[in-house]
Design a protein around this ligand. Structure first.
Ligand code: SF4
Ligand code: SF4
Length: 378
């Protein structure tokens, strides 16, 4: 086994056998990290904290189409299940958290801020599109004049083990968005599953000093040219298999110009305003704050909760909601993702993960809607 510290392994590539995934997870758990990995549960591959490497989803595939998601048991591959409904934002920017609490006593009201989280996550199995989404969220949550300290505290302690894709779901379009199926930065380690059955092994690319240090816990050997070529071929095959795409050239301009396009009326006849697309989207970050109190009135909390631009109350200003119609709310969502996000943050707000297509109950497809909005003839 090479001495990766002495050889300076960042940017270098190694291989380990298929069982190395369980050794890696066991090592991260032994370090005291909260290891979040894909788990097969309730008919879907979800990301959740594991306590045992045996919990990692293996030998499952997904069939994902507009308004459709099915998980099937098939084979022994570790990571051919692409993505499930869980966005990684769930762990960095939780759906609900208490910002501070207030307790009334005879001496008055005591206000106590919730301490910053002490999380030490290891995300195991982050797909390239989701790695790009974490990068987008980083810029939103920590890049401006008012960074979110709770997000930053969680993110700073997070180790990322990415997994490149060799299979695409029918809903994937990361290749057109430039975010996959192969990660090129932003990870501590990037894994590519090679071979099948007893021949299964993993190519490991090192992206940081923390990732390099992890190699000491694994039984790795230097990668060969054949290993590297197989990983490149697999990612190219996953890209070639994608049937959906969004042409990003001029996209922000075209969507801005489509503000009064008649197609918004057509989408509005199908959209249920259910908020599913915003809940599963790995880059949607909007939240609201609410005060909740116990029945005695002695204790209250200010909570932050995920919100959605599909909720009428989300745009409530003095006098009422600005976006009263479903048409206006769908237009807001898609226009922000594919146009005005670029004005705010210098990039698009969509990474092509396809979750919003699969988990929309009526199968609304952002790639088709964007194409329709660019057509001048109805
Ligand atoms: S808009 Fe849809 S495809 Fe794009 S990142 Fe969000 S969930 Fe994924
Ligand atoms: S586009 Fe689909 S998922 Fe999103 S709010 Fe409308 S019906 Fe729900």
């Amino acid at each position: 086994m090479p001495d990766v510290r002495q050889s300076g392994a960042m940017g270098e590539a190694f291989v380990m056998d298929g069982g190395g995934i369980e050794r890696l997870a066991a090592h991260l758990l032994a370090e005291g990290r909260s290891v979040v990995a894909p788990v097969a549960r309730d008919g879907a591959v979800v990301y959740d904290a594991i306590e045992d490497p045996a919990e990692i989803a293996r030998g499952v595939r997904i069939d994902s189409r507009p308004g459709h998601y099915r998980m099937e048991r098939d084979g022994t591959a570790w990571f051919d299940h692409v993505i499930g409904p869980t966005p990684w934002k769930r762990f960095l920017h939780p759906p609900r958290e208490t910002l501070y609490s207030m307790t009334r006593s005879d001496d008055g009201i005591e206000v106590e801020a919730t301490p910053l989280p002490q999380a030490s996550f290891a995300f195991l199995g982050v797909r390239p599109c989701d790695l790009a989404a974490i990068g987008v969220l980083d810029r939103v949550m920590t890049g401006g004049a008012h960074p979110d300290p709770r997000y930053a505290a969680r993110r700073n302690g997070t180790l990322i083990i990415a997994v490149n894709c060799r299979v695409s779901a029918e809903t994937c379009f990361c290749a057109s968005m430039g975010s996959g199926p192969r990660a090129d930065a932003g990870y501590d380690l990037a894994l590519s599953e090679l071979g099948t059955g007893a021949q299964t092994r993993f190519l490991i690319e090192v992206g940081s000093a923390a990732g390099s240090a992890l190699l000491e816990a694994l039984d790795v050997a230097p990668a060969t040219e054949a290993d590297l070529a197989e990983a490149r071929w697999n990612a190219a095959a996953a890209a070639d298999a994608q049937t959906r795409a969004i042409e990003t050239e001029g996209l922000a301009r075209d969507i801005r110009a489509a503000a009064e396009h008649p197609h918004w009326d057509e989408v509005a006849t199908r959209c249920l305003n259910c908020t599913n697309c915003t809940m599963v989207c790995p880059t949607c970050f909007c939240s609201t704050t609410v005060e909740v109190s116990d029945l005695t009135g002695a204790h209250a909390e200010r909570q932050q909760r995920w919100d959605s631009c599909f909720n009428v109350g989300f745009s409530h200003l003095h006098g009422g909601a600005v976006r009263q119609s479903g048409r206006a709310r769908y237009r807001q969502w898609l226009t922000h993702k594919l146009s005005t996000w670029e004005d705010q943050f210098g990039e698009l707000g969509c990474t092509g993960c396809g979750r919003c297509i699969a988990w929309c109950p009526v199968g609304i497809d952002i790639t088709e809607e964007a194409a329709s909005l660019r057509r001048t003839e109805p």
